[in-house]
Design a protein around this ligand. Structure first.
Ligand SMILES: Cc1cc2nc3c(=O)[nH]c(=O)nc-3n(C[C@H](O)[C@H](O)[C@H](O)COP(=O)(O)OP(=O)(O)OC[C@H]3O[C@@H](n4cnc5c(N)ncnc54)[C@H](O)[C@@H]3O)c2cc1C
Length: 393
């Protein structure tokens, strides 16, 4: 049984296409979303149907696979049963893969969510699009100049890939596509402000790419403010300490958390499960590896980590576990040594966990990192190969 028909769930299902197994994929929507193009829907460049496809259709040729539409509300690990649609149906399983993706994290400020929506689902994209386009309509009607300026100011919180893409797309639409359509406002004067808590945008990318992106954003007229942690969001303003940005439209791209089913009594979350493996001294533990900007976990096999990734892993380990830095360093060394030993005994790759686990692990770790104040800045939690972010160059 696979919960979730996103990248992770689909990859798992497709891997099992020739297995002697009955595979069931359950998702609360009937469609898979190609999230990398969500921002295009959010900025009205693409329609929702351009980036979605029915999960049932994608898996139609896979005879061993059933697709069910339903929300999993709880998992009972002891009885090996998931409960669908709030208990109206229970479904037994032998093996369970939870690939339910991630949601936005507001770092303890959930009250900000209605004021600053994030971008994960089609509904988020259409809501952002609605707010984006309505802001221009309201600016056109505004009689007060200050109010008009506030409508023409867009603040994006979070300088990770999503924030960078969004803030790069907004001025292009505003200046090029919308400009001829309005009479009382000059959409070319639209202000886009990108607020990043850390010292640079795209913190998970190489510094050279981040600085190119920052340069390109500046060329587009985006005001990029780094080391700017948002402290308050109101209906008509965003605050960074005492600094006030007057705006009616804020978008959130600052953090992710894993989105497990609501009640997972007895079911370890992906993050908890993997950390449990990571910290249990008597197991080989997984290998964690950063590849093309994405952390990959494999059961056994490759065990080398470049120094930079290793340092990142130590930081994550320390913040998630509460271990001191030297203890975290020792733990990581031990895990990798165990993995090396095990790998030499058996060459089989035991577990390949895709996007979902990497996203959940790192998003959860980033949230914990943030909550613990370690690192002192948010992490976007999305790990994309740089060239996939076409807008950056
Ligand atoms: C705007 C944006 C742009 C991105 N761009 C890139 C990019 O360019 N390159 C890149 O590599 N990555 C990119 N990413 C990241 C990438 O999309 C994610 O890492 C990936 O989608 C995660 O896959 P997943 O299967 O874990 O989760 P998801 O794709 O989110 O899928 C989770 C699925 O689980 C379902 N679900 C959730 N809860 C339940 C439940 N309780 N019951 C039933 N079903 C449930 C959901 O409906 C959903 O279909 C981007 C992400 C975003 C948001």
């Amino acid at each position: 049984m696979i919960i979730g028909g996103g990248f992770g769930g689909l990859a798992a299902a497709q891997t099992l296409r020739n297995a002697d197994a009955e595979v069931t994929v359950i998702d609360r929507t009937n469609h898979h979303i190609f999230q990398p193009l969500l921002y295009q829907v959010a900025t009205a460049a693409l329609a929702p149907s351009d980036i979605t496809a029915p999960i049932r259709w994608i898996l139609r040729r896979q005879q061993n696979t059933t697709v069910l539409l339903g929300e999993i509300s709880s998992i009972d690990v002891d009885r090996k049963i998931v409960s669908m649609d709030y208990g109206s149906r229970e479904i037994p399983y032998d093996y369970l893969i939870v690939a339910t993706g991630s949601r936005h994290a507001y770092f303890g400020h959930e009250e900000w969510e209605p004021l600053a929506p994030g971008l994960k689902a089609i509904e988020d994209a259409t809501e952002i699009r609605r707010r984006f386009l309505l802001a221009f309509e309201r600016a056109e009607k505004a009689t007060d100049e200050t109010e008009r300026d506030a409508y023409l100011t867009f603040v994006i919180v979070g300088g990770g890939p999503t924030g960078v893409e969004l803030s790069g797309a907004l001025p292009m639409i505003a200046r090029k596509a919308l400009y001829p359509d309005f009479r009382h406002i000059d959409t070319r004067k639209t202000r886009v402000i990108l607020l990043e808590g850390g010292p640079r945008i795209l913190p998970t990318f190489p510094e050279s790419l981040a600085s190119t992106a920052q340069h390109d954003l500046s060329d587009l007229g985006v005001e990029v403010h780094t080391s700017s942690i948002v402290t308050r969001i109101e209906r008509d303003a965003v605050y960074v300490g005492d600094e006030r940005y007057s705006t009616r439209t804020v978008f959130w791209a600052a953090g992710n958390v894993a989105s497990p089913p609501r009640d997972t009594a007895g079911a370890p979350s992906f993050l908890a499960y993997e950390l449990d493996r990571l910290f249990r001294p008597d197991t080989a533990g997984p290998e964690l590896r950063a590849e093309a900007g994405r952390i990959i976990l494999r059961g056994l096999g490759r065990t080398e980590l470049p120094a930079e990734d290793r340092a990142q892993l130590v930081r994550i380990t320390s913040s998630v576990s509460g271990l001191s830095a030297p203890d975290a360093e020792r733990r990581v060394t031990q895990v990798l040594a165990n993995a090396r030993t095990a790998a030499s005994q058996t060459r089989k790759t035991a577990v390949i966990l895709g996007f979902s686990l990497a996203a959940a692990l790192l998003a959860g770790a980033a949230a914990a990192w943030m909550a613990a104040g370690v690192g002192g800045k948010h992490r976007d939690g999305e790990f994309a190969p740089p060239l996939r972010w076409g807008m950056v160059r």
